[in-house]
Design a protein around this ligand. Structure first.
Ligand code: MG
Length: 320
Protein backbone atom coordinates (compact mmCIF):
# COMPACT_ATOMS: atom_id res chain seq x y z
CA UNK A 1 0.00 0.00 0.00
CA UNK A 2 1.32 3.42 -0.90
CA UNK A 3 1.19 6.00 1.84
CA UNK A 4 -0.42 9.21 0.71
CA UNK A 5 -2.36 11.73 2.78
CA UNK A 6 -5.70 12.86 1.45
CA UNK A 7 -7.35 16.24 1.55
CA UNK A 8 -10.95 16.23 0.44
CA UNK A 9 -13.82 18.72 0.22
CA UNK A 10 -15.58 19.31 3.52
CA UNK A 11 -19.05 19.48 2.14
CA UNK A 12 -19.27 16.44 -0.03
CA UNK A 13 -17.27 13.42 1.05
CA UNK A 14 -18.73 10.79 3.35
CA UNK A 15 -16.73 8.25 5.35
CA UNK A 16 -17.76 5.31 3.20
CA UNK A 17 -16.79 7.19 0.07
CA UNK A 18 -13.38 8.01 1.50
CA UNK A 19 -12.60 4.43 2.53
CA UNK A 20 -13.81 3.27 -0.85
CA UNK A 21 -11.56 5.82 -2.53
CA UNK A 22 -8.51 4.64 -0.58
CA UNK A 23 -9.20 1.04 -1.41
CA UNK A 24 -9.68 1.86 -5.05
CA UNK A 25 -6.45 3.84 -5.24
CA UNK A 26 -4.64 1.28 -3.07
CA UNK A 27 -3.31 3.85 -0.64
CA UNK A 28 -3.43 4.57 3.05
CA UNK A 29 -2.74 7.74 4.96
CA UNK A 30 -4.28 10.51 6.96
CA UNK A 31 -7.50 12.11 5.74
CA UNK A 32 -8.25 15.78 6.24
CA UNK A 33 -11.02 17.99 5.02
CA UNK A 34 -10.77 21.52 3.67
CA UNK A 35 -13.23 24.09 2.43
CA UNK A 36 -11.00 25.91 -0.02
CA UNK A 37 -7.62 25.75 -1.69
CA UNK A 38 -5.96 28.04 0.92
CA UNK A 39 -7.00 25.78 3.82
CA UNK A 40 -6.03 22.76 1.77
CA UNK A 41 -2.50 24.02 1.09
CA UNK A 42 -2.00 24.83 4.76
CA UNK A 43 -3.05 21.30 5.69
CA UNK A 44 -0.96 19.80 2.89
CA UNK A 45 2.16 21.58 4.11
CA UNK A 46 1.69 20.03 7.56
CA UNK A 47 2.03 16.57 6.05
CA UNK A 48 5.32 14.68 5.78
CA UNK A 49 4.03 12.46 3.00
CA UNK A 50 2.89 12.91 -0.54
CA UNK A 51 -0.56 14.47 -0.59
CA UNK A 52 -3.50 14.00 -2.88
CA UNK A 53 -5.76 17.00 -2.79
CA UNK A 54 -9.13 16.77 -4.48
CA UNK A 55 -11.35 19.76 -3.87
CA UNK A 56 -13.79 19.21 -6.73
CA UNK A 57 -17.33 18.84 -5.47
CA UNK A 58 -17.87 15.84 -7.72
CA UNK A 59 -14.51 14.12 -7.70
CA UNK A 60 -16.20 10.81 -8.44
CA UNK A 61 -16.65 12.11 -11.98
CA UNK A 62 -12.93 11.77 -12.75
CA UNK A 63 -10.60 8.89 -13.29
CA UNK A 64 -8.58 9.56 -10.15
CA UNK A 65 -6.85 6.20 -10.36
CA UNK A 66 -5.48 7.05 -13.77
CA UNK A 67 -4.38 10.47 -12.51
CA UNK A 68 -2.80 8.97 -9.42
CA UNK A 69 -0.88 6.36 -11.43
CA UNK A 70 0.22 8.91 -14.00
CA UNK A 71 1.57 11.38 -11.41
CA UNK A 72 4.27 8.82 -10.49
CA UNK A 73 5.21 10.77 -7.41
CA UNK A 74 5.61 14.12 -9.18
CA UNK A 75 3.69 17.21 -8.23
CA UNK A 76 0.91 17.39 -10.81
CA UNK A 77 -2.51 18.84 -11.45
CA UNK A 78 -5.45 17.29 -13.26
CA UNK A 79 -7.35 18.77 -16.14
CA UNK A 80 -10.26 17.42 -18.13
CA UNK A 81 -11.50 17.82 -21.65
CA UNK A 82 -14.64 19.92 -22.08
CA UNK A 83 -16.73 21.13 -24.95
CA UNK A 84 -17.62 24.83 -24.96
CA UNK A 85 -15.37 25.87 -22.12
CA UNK A 86 -15.33 29.46 -23.34
CA UNK A 87 -12.34 31.30 -21.94
CA UNK A 88 -10.96 28.58 -19.67
CA UNK A 89 -8.70 27.00 -22.22
CA UNK A 90 -5.45 25.23 -21.59
CA UNK A 91 -3.01 23.29 -23.66
CA UNK A 92 -1.62 20.15 -22.07
CA UNK A 93 2.02 20.63 -23.05
CA UNK A 94 2.55 24.08 -21.62
CA UNK A 95 -0.24 24.71 -19.18
CA UNK A 96 -0.59 28.20 -20.55
CA UNK A 97 -3.89 29.96 -20.42
CA UNK A 98 -4.96 30.57 -23.99
CA UNK A 99 -7.55 33.29 -24.23
CA UNK A 100 -9.78 33.59 -27.21
CA UNK A 101 -13.08 32.33 -28.46
CA UNK A 102 -11.97 30.54 -31.62
CA UNK A 103 -11.72 27.25 -29.77
CA UNK A 104 -14.86 25.21 -29.48
CA UNK A 105 -13.37 22.99 -26.82
CA UNK A 106 -10.53 22.87 -24.37
CA UNK A 107 -9.12 21.65 -21.12
CA UNK A 108 -10.40 22.95 -17.81
CA UNK A 109 -8.07 22.81 -14.84
CA UNK A 110 -9.39 20.80 -11.92
CA UNK A 111 -8.79 21.31 -8.25
CA UNK A 112 -7.25 17.87 -8.10
CA UNK A 113 -3.55 17.87 -7.20
CA UNK A 114 -0.84 15.43 -6.33
CA UNK A 115 1.90 17.01 -4.22
CA UNK A 116 5.22 15.29 -3.88
CA UNK A 117 6.69 15.61 -0.38
CA UNK A 118 10.07 16.25 -2.05
CA UNK A 119 8.83 19.68 -3.12
CA UNK A 120 7.77 21.80 -0.20
CA UNK A 121 6.15 24.15 0.47
CA UNK A 122 3.40 23.10 -1.89
CA UNK A 123 2.66 25.72 -4.54
CA UNK A 124 -0.80 26.97 -5.43
CA UNK A 125 0.06 26.76 -9.13
CA UNK A 126 1.34 23.56 -10.65
CA UNK A 127 2.68 23.42 -14.21
CA UNK A 128 2.78 19.68 -14.67
CA UNK A 129 -0.71 19.10 -16.03
CA UNK A 130 -2.22 15.72 -16.70
CA UNK A 131 -5.36 15.33 -18.83
CA UNK A 132 -7.65 12.85 -17.10
CA UNK A 133 -10.69 10.96 -18.36
CA UNK A 134 -14.13 11.85 -17.08
CA UNK A 135 -16.63 9.14 -16.18
CA UNK A 136 -20.21 8.94 -17.28
CA UNK A 137 -21.06 7.16 -14.02
CA UNK A 138 -19.69 7.78 -10.53
CA UNK A 139 -16.44 5.95 -9.69
CA UNK A 140 -16.32 3.67 -12.67
CA UNK A 141 -15.23 0.54 -10.88
CA UNK A 142 -16.29 -2.05 -13.38
CA UNK A 143 -13.51 -3.77 -15.23
CA UNK A 144 -11.54 -1.49 -17.50
CA UNK A 145 -10.53 -2.71 -20.90
CA UNK A 146 -7.46 -2.17 -23.01
CA UNK A 147 -8.31 -0.48 -26.28
CA UNK A 148 -6.77 -0.78 -29.67
CA UNK A 149 -7.17 2.73 -31.07
CA UNK A 150 -6.81 2.78 -34.83
CA UNK A 151 -6.34 5.59 -37.26
CA UNK A 152 -8.64 5.03 -40.26
CA UNK A 153 -7.06 6.16 -43.55
CA UNK A 154 -3.72 4.45 -44.16
CA UNK A 155 -4.28 1.87 -41.40
CA UNK A 156 -7.65 0.18 -41.94
CA UNK A 157 -8.16 1.31 -45.51
CA UNK A 158 -6.00 2.76 -48.22
CA UNK A 159 -5.34 6.48 -47.85
CA UNK A 160 -6.58 7.83 -51.17
CA UNK A 161 -6.52 11.44 -49.90
CA UNK A 162 -9.71 12.91 -48.41
CA UNK A 163 -11.68 9.72 -48.89
CA UNK A 164 -15.41 10.47 -49.11
CA UNK A 165 -16.88 8.08 -51.66
CA UNK A 166 -17.75 4.55 -50.48
CA UNK A 167 -16.63 3.14 -53.86
CA UNK A 168 -13.05 4.34 -53.10
CA UNK A 169 -12.92 2.32 -49.90
CA UNK A 170 -10.25 -0.38 -50.04
CA UNK A 171 -9.59 -2.29 -46.84
CA UNK A 172 -6.03 -3.52 -46.20
CA UNK A 173 -6.10 -7.34 -45.82
CA UNK A 174 -3.35 -7.14 -43.14
CA UNK A 175 -5.55 -5.15 -40.76
CA UNK A 176 -8.02 -8.05 -40.50
CA UNK A 177 -5.99 -10.33 -38.18
CA UNK A 178 -5.16 -7.32 -35.98
CA UNK A 179 -8.84 -6.47 -35.43
CA UNK A 180 -9.92 -10.11 -35.27
CA UNK A 181 -7.50 -10.91 -32.47
CA UNK A 182 -8.62 -7.80 -30.53
CA UNK A 183 -12.29 -8.89 -30.89
CA UNK A 184 -11.41 -12.36 -29.61
CA UNK A 185 -9.41 -11.07 -26.64
CA UNK A 186 -11.96 -8.53 -25.35
CA UNK A 187 -9.84 -5.63 -26.49
CA UNK A 188 -12.07 -2.78 -27.68
CA UNK A 189 -11.37 -1.47 -31.17
CA UNK A 190 -11.99 2.26 -31.49
CA UNK A 191 -11.22 4.37 -34.54
CA UNK A 192 -9.93 7.92 -34.02
CA UNK A 193 -9.78 9.84 -37.28
CA UNK A 194 -8.92 13.40 -38.30
CA UNK A 195 -11.24 14.38 -41.16
CA UNK A 196 -10.25 17.95 -41.93
CA UNK A 197 -11.87 17.57 -45.38
CA UNK A 198 -15.10 18.67 -43.66
CA UNK A 199 -13.54 21.94 -42.45
CA UNK A 200 -11.90 22.38 -45.85
CA UNK A 201 -15.32 22.18 -47.54
CA UNK A 202 -14.43 19.08 -49.54
CA UNK A 203 -17.18 16.92 -48.08
CA UNK A 204 -19.69 16.87 -45.27
CA UNK A 205 -20.00 15.21 -41.88
CA UNK A 206 -22.65 12.85 -43.34
CA UNK A 207 -20.06 11.67 -45.87
CA UNK A 208 -17.63 10.81 -43.06
CA UNK A 209 -20.36 8.90 -41.23
CA UNK A 210 -21.36 7.08 -44.41
CA UNK A 211 -17.76 5.97 -45.00
CA UNK A 212 -17.50 4.79 -41.39
CA UNK A 213 -20.78 2.85 -41.66
CA UNK A 214 -19.79 1.30 -44.98
CA UNK A 215 -16.38 0.41 -43.60
CA UNK A 216 -17.89 -1.24 -40.54
CA UNK A 217 -20.43 -3.14 -42.68
CA UNK A 218 -17.62 -4.47 -44.85
CA UNK A 219 -15.56 -5.42 -41.78
CA UNK A 220 -18.57 -7.18 -40.20
CA UNK A 221 -19.14 -9.02 -43.43
CA UNK A 222 -15.59 -10.36 -43.08
CA UNK A 223 -16.20 -11.37 -39.47
CA UNK A 224 -14.55 -8.55 -37.51
CA UNK A 225 -15.91 -5.58 -35.58
CA UNK A 226 -14.99 -1.99 -34.77
CA UNK A 227 -16.65 -0.90 -31.52
CA UNK A 228 -16.82 2.84 -32.21
CA UNK A 229 -15.70 5.65 -34.48
CA UNK A 230 -14.74 9.15 -33.29
CA UNK A 231 -14.14 11.84 -35.91
CA UNK A 232 -12.39 15.18 -35.66
CA UNK A 233 -13.87 17.52 -38.26
CA UNK A 234 -12.15 20.75 -37.20
CA UNK A 235 -9.20 22.46 -38.85
CA UNK A 236 -8.08 25.98 -38.04
CA UNK A 237 -7.15 26.87 -41.64
CA UNK A 238 -10.34 25.42 -43.08
CA UNK A 239 -12.99 27.20 -45.16
CA UNK A 240 -16.26 26.29 -43.49
CA UNK A 241 -16.88 28.75 -40.68
CA UNK A 242 -18.32 26.30 -38.17
CA UNK A 243 -15.38 23.90 -38.46
CA UNK A 244 -12.67 26.53 -38.92
CA UNK A 245 -11.48 26.25 -35.36
CA UNK A 246 -8.67 24.93 -33.29
CA UNK A 247 -9.83 21.87 -31.49
CA UNK A 248 -8.37 19.50 -28.95
CA UNK A 249 -10.23 16.81 -30.85
CA UNK A 250 -7.66 17.07 -33.63
CA UNK A 251 -4.88 14.49 -33.23
CA UNK A 252 -2.20 14.57 -31.84
CA UNK A 253 -4.18 16.29 -29.07
CA UNK A 254 -6.10 13.76 -27.01
CA UNK A 255 -9.69 15.10 -27.17
CA UNK A 256 -11.02 12.22 -29.27
CA UNK A 257 -9.54 9.67 -26.89
CA UNK A 258 -10.95 11.51 -23.88
CA UNK A 259 -14.38 11.55 -25.54
CA UNK A 260 -14.12 7.80 -26.05
CA UNK A 261 -13.15 7.42 -22.38
CA UNK A 262 -16.51 8.90 -21.33
CA UNK A 263 -18.33 6.22 -23.31
CA UNK A 264 -16.14 3.17 -22.60
CA UNK A 265 -14.27 1.90 -19.52
CA UNK A 266 -10.75 2.31 -20.89
CA UNK A 267 -7.50 1.24 -19.31
CA UNK A 268 -5.22 3.79 -20.96
CA UNK A 269 -1.98 2.30 -19.65
CA UNK A 270 -2.74 -0.99 -21.39
CA UNK A 271 -4.00 0.60 -24.64
CA UNK A 272 -2.30 1.31 -27.96
CA UNK A 273 -2.83 3.72 -30.83
CA UNK A 274 -1.84 2.64 -34.34
CA UNK A 275 -1.45 5.26 -37.06
CA UNK A 276 0.57 6.26 -40.11
CA UNK A 277 1.45 9.88 -39.32
CA UNK A 278 3.51 11.50 -36.60
CA UNK A 279 0.26 13.21 -35.53
CA UNK A 280 -1.06 9.77 -34.58
CA UNK A 281 1.34 9.81 -31.63
CA UNK A 282 -1.30 11.05 -29.24
CA UNK A 283 -0.39 13.52 -26.56
CA UNK A 284 -1.89 11.37 -23.83
CA UNK A 285 0.31 10.25 -20.94
CA UNK A 286 0.47 6.49 -20.56
CA UNK A 287 -0.80 5.62 -24.03
CA UNK A 288 1.65 3.94 -26.40
CA UNK A 289 1.47 4.91 -30.09
CA UNK A 290 2.74 2.70 -32.91
CA UNK A 291 3.44 4.36 -36.25
CA UNK A 292 3.46 2.40 -39.50
CA UNK A 293 5.43 3.51 -42.54
CA UNK A 294 3.02 4.46 -45.32
CA UNK A 295 2.57 7.56 -47.44
CA UNK A 296 4.07 9.97 -44.93
CA UNK A 297 7.44 11.01 -43.58
CA UNK A 298 7.68 9.54 -40.11
CA UNK A 299 11.41 10.02 -39.54
CA UNK A 300 12.30 10.72 -35.95
CA UNK A 301 9.24 8.86 -34.72
CA UNK A 302 9.57 6.34 -31.92
CA UNK A 303 7.94 2.93 -32.25
CA UNK A 304 8.05 2.76 -36.06
CA UNK A 305 6.99 -0.29 -38.03
CA UNK A 306 7.50 -1.16 -41.68
CA UNK A 307 4.07 -2.68 -42.15
CA UNK A 308 0.92 -3.95 -40.41
CA UNK A 309 2.32 -7.49 -40.13
CA UNK A 310 5.06 -6.15 -37.85
CA UNK A 311 2.46 -4.28 -35.81
CA UNK A 312 0.45 -7.47 -35.42
CA UNK A 313 3.50 -9.35 -34.14
CA UNK A 314 4.26 -6.56 -31.68
CA UNK A 315 0.68 -6.38 -30.42
CA UNK A 316 0.59 -10.14 -29.95
CA UNK A 317 3.49 -9.74 -27.53
CA UNK A 318 2.39 -6.56 -25.78
CA UNK A 319 -1.39 -6.38 -25.95
CA UNK A 320 -3.04 -9.67 -26.81
MG1 MG B 1 -3.80 8.06 -41.50
Amino acid sequence: MRKVDFILPTSYMQNETVSFLQKWLEVEGKISYAGDIGDALTLANQSNRDVMLALEEKIDGYDLKYFFDECKGHTSRAMSYEINVGQKLFFPQIGENILGSDYHDGFALRNIYYFSSRKKPFPASVNRLIPIPVFKNSFQTSKKYPVLFLDRDGIINEDVGYLHKPEDLKIFPDIMPIIKRANEKQVLVIVLTNQSGVARGMFKEEDVNLINRTLNDQLKHRGVRVDAFYNSLFFESGKIEFYKKKSLLRKPLPGLLLKAAVDFPINIHRSFMVGDKTSDQLNMPGLRSLIVKGNYDISGTEHCFNNLKEVHEYLRQELY
